[in-house]
Structure formats: C-alpha cells, structure tokens
Design a protein around this ligand. Structure first.
Ligand code: PEP
Length: 252
C-alpha cells in the first residue's frame, strides 16, 4: 500500500445546516492538525460547500467533496448541480453511485458512468461506490454484482482517464446498520477488486487506484480494517458527523 496514500472520507449525507457544517468542519480542521500520511475529505450537502470552503481556506488539509453530480455541463435541469459548480464551490471530490442514490433515486450503473464522465470533465476526483445487498450476498452473487457495477459503470473509459478514480466498496447491508463486514470478508472483496482492475485494465492502474471500505466504520474498527492489504481508506457515514470520532478514524 506504500504507493497509495490512504483516504478517509466523511459522507455527511442530508445532515447539518450550513452553520452546523461550518462549525463541525472548523472543529475537525483543528483536531486533525498534524495528521500525517492520510488524505482527508468531508462531503457536506452541496449547499454548504462554499461556506465550508471559505471557513477552511484553500490550503486546508481537510478537502471537500460533493455527494452527487448531474451528468451534464449546464442547462435546463431544475434542481441539479453540475461538476463545474461543485468545483467552483471549492470541492475536489465527488461521491458517485452511493447505495442510497441507487436505492432511492434510481441511479443505474449507466447513470453512474455518465456521472463519472461529468466529474472527470470538471476536474473532480470521482469516488465510485459499489456494493452488494444482503440478498445478493446470500445468493452468492457478490462478485458477480461487483464485476457488473464496475464493467457497466466504467464502460467506455480508457486507462488514462481512470487514473484519479477512487473505488469505495460499501456492502449495502453494512451501511448505517452497525454491521461491519468482517476482516475476512473485506479482505476477500478488496483482493477480488484489485485483481479485477488488473485484469480489466492494467497492473499499474490497479496498483494506483485506492479502494476504500465503507459500512459502519467507527473509531473502534478502523485500525483492523486499515491493516488489510488492499484497504486504502474508508468512506464513513454516521461516525463522520462527530468531529472527535472522525478525527480518531483519521488517526487509525
Ligand atoms: C456511507 O453512507 O457511505 C456509510 C458507510 O455509512 P455508515 O458509516 O453510517 O455505515
């Protein structure tokens, strides 16, 4: 993992007003001072991005991400936010294809692909979320589903374009449930994903892409997860809302 700087990312979902987001981000910036060898990202609502960006300042080690993006440059798409707008608001990253968006907003692998394209066009780093549901795991379809999400989501991209891509493996049954996938399960899936990237693309790209784990990550389980060879960080929901907890996770 030496060539991959770990990334700890916090997905704040639809929590925190702008005022609350600014306060939490400032507290996190303070607490996380001096943390070495780790990239840090938080994703507040799009509405809070400019406020938090201004509060943190341009050179803060705490970087920002959006939780979603519209797959188009601009236009008559009421209620949507483009990559350029996200970039201009001060974010470097964007989370794409989160299971909540797949589940509640009909996001398909094809849409995920369009959104990754839009992110790259805007100079944003896409954090592509994939993961199986509980019933898919029980039916032994985990690898099949992950393969499909990657193949269909990344259809048409060439090697060079995927240089900045980050993958987040988030078993749907472990998100917000308090159930973390066990180290054996995580190790198995992350190993599978690394091999898949190697076979589909190239060895050096596979070695470069960071694969995050997500699903009930907490201060108490981050250490064991980060010890696994192919785990290059975490995407954290619930525990990222509390700056003290998130700071402990950053310092795995
Ligand atoms: C998430 O939403 O990406 C997530 C992993 O949530 P939680 O940490 O709350 O399970």
């Amino acid at each position: 993992t030496a060539i991959r700087t770990p990334l700890i990312a916090g997905n704040w979902k639809m929590y925190k007003t702008g005022t609350q987001a600014v306060a939490a981000a400032k507290q996190l910036a303070d607490l996380s001072k001096g943390a070495q060898g780790v990239d840090i990202m938080i994703a507040p609502t799009a509405l809070s991005l400019p406020l938090v960006a201004a509060a943190l300042g341009e050179n803060s080690p705490v970087r920002l991400g959006a939780q979603n993006i519209y797959p188009g440059k601009e236009g008559a798409f009421t209620g949507e936010v483009s990559g350029e707008m996200i970039r201009d608001a001060g974010a470097d990253y964007v989370i794409i294809g989160h299971s909540e968006r797949r589940q509640y907003f009909g996001e398909t692998d094809e849409i995920v692909g369009f959104k990754i394209r839009a992110a790259l066009d805007a100079g944003l780093i896409p954090v592509m979320c994939i993961g199986e549901t509980e019933s898919q795991r029980e039916a032994d379809k985990t690898f099949f589903i992950l393969d499909k999400q990657i193949s269909d989501g990344l259809k048409g991209f060439d090697l060079k374009e995927l240089d900045s891509l980050i993958l987040a493996y988030e078993p749907v049954w472990a998100i917000g449930t308090g159930k973390t996938a066990g180290p054996e399960q995580v190790k198995e899936v992350h190993g599978f994903l690394r091999t898949l990237l190697k076979e589909k693309y190239a060895e050096d790209l596979a070695a470069k892409i960071r694969i995050l784990y997500g699903g009930s990550v907490k201060p108490g389980n981050i250490k064991d997860l980060m010890q696994l060879e192919d785990v290059d960080g975490a995407l954290v929901g619930g525990a990222s809302l509390n700056p003290e907890d998130f700071n402990k996770i950053i310092r795995f």
